[in-house]
Design a binder for this molecule. Structure first.
Ligand code: FUL
Length: 512
């Protein structure tokens, strides 16, 4: 699977050029990317990076924090992870499918979006598409009259959740896979999904590009796929094999401790493409450069070699079980509530979104063991983050500064003052408190800036360092052994431009 992901990194580079040139994406008055001149000094590049900001659809997506991913399809009935061309629609027959149960599972975990598989690499469609018979309509489920996407999208809305779809471009079943006609079929399938099921907020493309039934591989028309999405559901982010959201680079659930949402991009002025498509490329077309699985994507060193920069935040996808699809043998291998909490700290708490996969079983339900872990995770997180101990505190006698830092609005912030890239913020709590978690958020809608910080507490009259970190971005969570103190200090040691701290939180996790 990893190998496929490496190959799409190359594919994305090419497709983004086309897409941005031909859709005007690169020409809008957009602060989500910026060019760098060949002679630009590093200081100036770094300052520019600090002012690259998320597009509104990326803000919507980032603030979801946790999305539930659902793998369910023909593979579930074959006990497979990846299907093959011999699979038969007759095998698809969930006995108790209940879309509401899936939505309730997401709610019980604290997720804000359901991202559902509409088609995996096997090509089996979970909605009654007009473009193949290899779908629910040829299955015994509801006598071929069922539509999972319809039921799931409605359940999401009923439960106040956003809804997204995973449509695999790789299709092991389609007889036209490997020809231009397949790209047309794929666009048509996208149109069906993006017009028939209400608002769609994320379209997730995997980069896997294996062989079809005739042994051919497809050259995907990414540009055309993106255009359909922007036209029909412009608010939706296009994830992973797309321009809005980047794959973190592993499927372990653990993001980087230094995670920049701004990464180097190439300013590609490809005149040939521009001329042949009769479009004006404007001031630059942008694409991420380099291997998205590297440990370092956005450091000063990386930026120093960049032709441009773009806002391209990270998504951490991980399954609650070893596999993406349900296998009975994995019923005892469901990640525990504690493990999920650890993953939460290492994804959401490291400037990423957590995309947590729940494989539905052959009944068409999320298994009880998985539900138990989801609920357990939320109980622990709710108990931890219930009370921000800094609420009601003061900063050098000023109540308002602390109120803004604890008001859950990242856009009201503290900053050390115009032009300064270092600074300290001391908060005095109304009384001595014991805590073991710190939460920090930048006013990230104005850019990601902090490069290095420490957290100190005054213990017995002495300031001691209790934890430290590099990037903050949308959110940074840090865990440490319990400390008791009344005064706490955030010291920013380095930033790309004047830091704006939107949230500062201090918490105590429940015992055990
Ligand atoms: C991978 C796919 O090949 C897996 O089957 C799964 O869907 C995962 C989320 O993406 O690349």
């Amino acid at each position: 699977m990893m190998l496929f992901k490496k190959t799409w990194i190359v594919a994305i580079v090419v497709s983004l050029i086309y897409f941005q040139l031909n859709t005007g994406y690169a020409q809008s008055a957009n602060r989500s990317y910026i060019t760098v001149s060949e002679v630009e000094p590093l200081d100036s590049i770094v300052k520019k990076a600090a002012h690259v900001v998320p597009a509104p659809r990326q803000v919507m997506w980032q603030e979801l924090e946790l999305t539930c991913f659902y793998h369910f399809g023909i593979n579930t009935f074959y006990n497979y992870e990846w299907g093959n061309k011999e699979q038969m629609a007759e095998m698809f027959n969930p006995t108790a499918f209940d879309a509401n149960q899936w939505a309730v599972a997401a709610k019980s975990a604290g997720a804000r979006m359901m991202l559902c598989l509409a088609k995996h690499h096997d090509g089996f469609c979970l909605w009654p598409t007009k473009y193949t018979d290899f779908s629910v309509k040829s299955s015994p489920w509801k006598n071929g009259k069922g539509d999972l996407i319809d039921e799931l999208s409605k359940a999401a809305r009923t439960h106040g959740l956003k809804f997204g779809i995973y449509l695999s471009p790789w299709d092991i079943h389609s007889p036209v896979y490997g020809t231009d006609e397949y790209n047309e079929v794929f666009r048509n399938q996208l149109r069906e999904l993006l017009t028939g099921y209400g608002q769609i907020d994320e379209v997730w493309f995997d980069g896997a590009c294996g062989e079809g039934p005739n042994g051919k591989r497809q050259v995907y028309d990414w540009e055309g796929f993106y255009k359909v999405i922007r036209e029909l559901q412009p608010q939706a982010v296009i994830a992973v094999m797309g321009p809005d959201v980047r794959w973190v680079g592993t499927e372990s659930g653990y993001g980087r401790t230094t995670e920049w949402s701004v990464v180097p991009a190439s300013a590609a002025v490809l005149e040939d493409i521009a001329l042949s498509s009769q479009q004006n490329p404007g001031n630059g077309a942008f694409m991420p450069v380099g291997n998205m699985m590297d440990e370092d994507l956005g450091s000063r060193d990386k930026l120093s070699k960049a032709e441009g920069m773009m806002w391209y935040p990270s998504e951490v996808d991980v399954s609650i079980r070893p596999g993406w699809f349900y296998h009975e043998r994995e019923d005892s291998l469901v990640k525990s509530a504690e493990k999920l909490v650890d993953i939460y700290y290492s994804s959401v708490g490291r400037n990423s979104l957590l995309l947590l996969n729940l494989p539905a079983d052959r009944r068409g339900l999320i298994h009880e063991n998985d539900l138990r872990s989801l609920r357990g995770m939320k109980v622990i997180l709710d108990a931890t983050f219930r009370i921000n101990l800094l609420e009601g505190g003061t900063c050098e006698g000023n109540v308002e500064v602390v109120r803004q830092l604890t008001d859950s609005n990242t856009m009201t912030y503290w900053s050390p003052g115009e032009g300064r890239t270092t600074g300290a913020l001391t908060v005095e709590m109304p009384g001595k408190q014991t805590f073991d978690r710190v939460l920090l958020q930048e006013n990230y809608q104005e850019g990601q800036r902090v490069e290095q910080f420490v957290i100190e507490a005054e213990v017995n009259g002495l300031w001691i360092t209790i934890t430290s970190g590099t990037t903050i971005g949308y959110k940074r969570l840090l865990r440490f052994e319990p400390v008791s103190a009344q005064r706490i200090r955030l010291r920013i040691l380095s930033a790309r431009d004047c830091p704006q701290i939107g949230t500062f939180g201090l918490f105590k996790a429940p015992e055990g």
